[in-house]
Design a protein around this ligand. Structure first.
Ligand SMILES: [Zn+2]
Length: 125
């Protein structure tokens, strides 16, 4: 068994590129792309993502996360992860930190915290 994933683009197989042409003569067909690593998450490229979104995007937003009132950026949720290269003070290593985009306050952050998409000091959305 392979670990290849199919591109989820509903029309992927209709784009007649050589890499989609599979099988042996005389039964070659253009087929949905399969990759071990799809560059656009579930899709082989931007076009396939856009095909999917134009077909299912409204349903997906309605199902998972339709925004029905304005969100507000406050001091409590304005912490953004940043990094910079500081050759003088940090031996050429990237320095990770939190920046509050409203108050401009900075707080230190480890690289592991920076990489952890679940780690946040924001309270509220
Ligand atoms: Zn595709």
């Amino acid at each position: 068994m392979s670990n290849l994933k199919f591109c989820q683009g509903p029309d992927c197989h209709t784009y007649t590129t050589q890499d989609r042409l599979k099988g042996t003569k005389p039964n070659k067909t253009y087929q949905t792309r399969r990759r071990s690593n799809l560059l656009w998450s579930e899709f082989c490229d931007r076009r396939c993502f856009e095909d999917w979104f134009s077909k299912y995007g409204t349903q997906a937003v309605n199902h998972y996360s339709r925004i029905t009132e304005a969100k507000h950026l406050t001091e409590q949720n304005a912490w953004a992860k940043r990094y910079r290269w500081d050759y003088e003070r940090n031996n050429g290593e990237a320095q990770h930190y939190y920046l509050n985009t409203i108050t401009q306050e900075q707080r230190p952050l480890t690289e592991a915290q920076y990489d952890d998409s679940n780690y946040t000091i924001n309270t509220g959305e």
